[in-house]
Design a protein around this ligand. Structure first.
Ligand code: SF4
Length: 261
């Protein structure tokens, strides 16, 4: 079947915004997953929250749902409970799911709901024109922190690992193939999948030069079934390196399996 995942809606992200790379990586990931019969396009539903990322559902010709700010995860888990045959993917931002909706993120990880959440991690409230959020680094100067933020940021991967997530990964939007591959592995995983996608905001917090120096991919021999090793590795950025890849991937009964058994 020939898939047309694009729409006629004009893309209004800033020129060069890495959100476009995430969009294209996802379309390619879906096209391949459908052709390999890993998912059915009619069963795929994309959810989005509020933020620059949220426009992505306008640019995808698939079933979609746009939620209130930070509330996409309850809608995702509700849909999955109502119809466990669905493949549920959610696009969210750090402001959307690490500030407004952080309680939903923690509890869905704890439940091991069989849903996939992709965080467009730009470390700033971009849609509202550049305020500090939960992932902004200490010292970050913004409209809301003109003298520099005095708070340390969350480590989102450590947070969801602690809460019980069974698939935890990080990628970089500028690495198109890497992002596509991680998205596919997340969707194939049965259980709660969390993917942190580093997505520099070119307008309000351009971190491209910073990450270009820091990122590297985990080796193929990295053990993805050891929680202690995963927790240590996701904190490696404190040592000025930022590893990308799958940190944790284990099998465990899902919330929906427990619900219907
Ligand atoms: Fe992208 Fe930042 Fe522009 Fe939003 S404000 S569209 S995140 S570059």
């Amino acid at each position: 079947m020939e898939l047309n995942l694009g729409t006629k809606i004009k893309i209004t992200w800033c020129p060069g915004c890495p959100n476009s790379q995430i969009l294209v990586a996802f379309r390619r990931a879906v096209t391949e997953l459908v052709s390999e019969e890993k998912i059915k396009i009619e069963n795929l539903v994309a959810f989005a929250g509020i933020g620059c990322h949220g426009k992505i559902s306008d640019y995808l010709n698939i079933n979609s749902f746009t939620s209130l700010h930070g509330r996409l995860i309850p809608a995702m888990t509700g849909a999955k409970c109502a119809n466990p045959e669905l493949t549920i993917v959610g696009f969210s931002g750090d402001g959307d799911s690490l500030d407004e909706g952080v309680e939903h993120l923690i509890h869905s990880a704890k439940r091991n709901s069989d849903i996939n959440i992709f965080i467009h991690d730009n470390r700033v409230f971009a849609l509202t024109t550049g305020q500090a959020d939960a992932l902004s680094p200490k010292g970050f100067k913004s409209k809301s922190t003109p003298f520099g933020s005095i708070e340390e940021p969350f480590n989102p991967l450590l947070l969801v690992l602690s809460a019980g997530a069974t698939f935890v990964a990080r990628t970089y939007a500028g690495d198109f193939d890497g992002t596509k591959r991680i998205m596919q592995e997340a969707v194939k995983h049965k259980g709660f999948s969390f993917v942190d996608i580093i997505q520099p905001c070119l307008t309000f917090f351009d971190t491209r030069d910073y990450f270009k120096e820091k990122i590297y991919w985990l080796g193929e021999d990295f053990p993805t079934n050891d929680l202690k090793v995963a927790m240590e590795k996701v904190q490696e950025k404190n040592n000025e390196k930022v590893p990308l890849g799958i940190f944790y991937n284990i099998d465990k009964p899902t919330f929906e399996e427990e619900l219907y058994k």
